[in-house]
Design a protein around this ligand. Structure first.
Ligand code: R1P
Length: 302
């Protein structure tokens, strides 16, 4: 594969370096998941897929699918006639960063990105329930704390401020998930995105020094509404809030200017709107873990 442009590498066909997509292959509406198997299950709901057949048969040419050399799986089709992409990204904030930036680079116009993931629950949400976070913060291991020489009063983990999801998407997800799974199984609150499945999610691992015994209490002190722990949502919300307007939009704003290039005063335009919901796989207070049967049931309902 020969790439050009070291600042934002693309190949001769215009495919991005990691997700491997090019202009025309992605819809403006994207559903993102971690597990490629979940992406394939969800793709069965796209138009032109014969659900009676297992594995499902698709009308030739109806779905686009691309598995990249770095583990991203992109499936594009239509849902009730509307173009939609489903992208499996694997795990963690770095994969979310590759995904959001590379998809943004090859899609024109505004985008909506919704994550349908899994999580651990720190609240009363039980395994099999679905949580829709209205905001998220990041929990990062403080690497300096674990250095041989460290300053006094250092914390072993850093917590960011909460970044909000798009409120309209959040309300829509709560409403639609409630109607599918029952309102008693849908929760709203704040999500903590961790930079490890283990240490910064408070799991105990005697093979390493993690100093995370008090982490759950610290999370709730930081944000009393902390509901879930997972590994991507903060990065999605943060990048959506950091997304700049489409070039056309920027031109319009400049013409409407107050002299600083931001014609709407302090109003910031983002080209990406984001929301998320996640199935509770692990109940961290009771130590329950979801069954495969429940995963299949909730994935389909979601
Ligand atoms: C950890 O097992 C993975 O599961 C969760 C976490 O965020 C992490 O990616 O989400 P997904 O099921 O979407 O991958």
């Amino acid at each position: 594969m020969s790439m050009s442009n070291a600042n934002f590498p693309v190949d001769a066909e215009g495919r991005t370096y990691h997700v491997g997509v090019k202009r025309g292959e992605l819809a403006n509406r994207i559903l993102t998941v971690g597990d490629p198997a979940r992406a394939i299950v969800l793709s069965r709901f796209l138009d032109g897929v014969d659900l009676e057949n297992t594995p499902p048969k698709t009308v030739p040419g109806n779905l686009f699918s691309f598995a990249s050399h770095r583990g991203f799986l992109t499936i594009t089709g239509r849902f009730k006639g509307v173009p939609v992409s489903i992208v499996a990204i694997g795990m963690g904030v770095s994969m979310m960063d590759f995904f959001v930036r590379e998809c943004r680079a090859v899609v024109d116009g505004p985008m909506v990105i919704i994550r349908f993931g899994s999580c651990g629950s720190l609240s009363d949400a039980a395994v099999g329930d679905v949580c829709v976070p209205s905001g998220a913060y990041i929990v990062q291991r403080n690497y300096n704390y674990f250095a041989e020489e460290k300053e006094e009063n250092m914390k072993s983990y850093h917590f960011s401020r909460v970044v909000e999801a798009d409120p309209e998407i959040t309300q829509t997800l709560i409403k639609n998930m409630s109607s599918k799974l029952g309102p008693n199984h849908i929760w709203s609150g704040i999500n903590a995105t961790a930079d490890s499945f283990y240490s910064s999610q408070g799991r105990q691992d005697l093979n390493f020094t993690d100093d995370n015994f008090e982490l759950f209490e610290e999370l709730v002190q930081h944000e009393p509404n902390t509901m879930t722990l997972e590994m991507e949502t903060f990065a999605l919300y943060h990048l959506a809030k950091s997304s700049t307007g489409a070039p056309l939009l920027a031109t319009t704003l400049n013409h409407n200017s107050n002299g600083n290039g931001n014609g709407n005063g302090n109003r910031k335009m983002n080209s990406i709107r984001a929301g998320a919901c996640m199935m509770v796989f692990a109940q961290r207070k009771t130590n329950d873990f979801i069954t495969k049967t429940d995963v299949a049931r909730i994935e389909l309902a979601g």
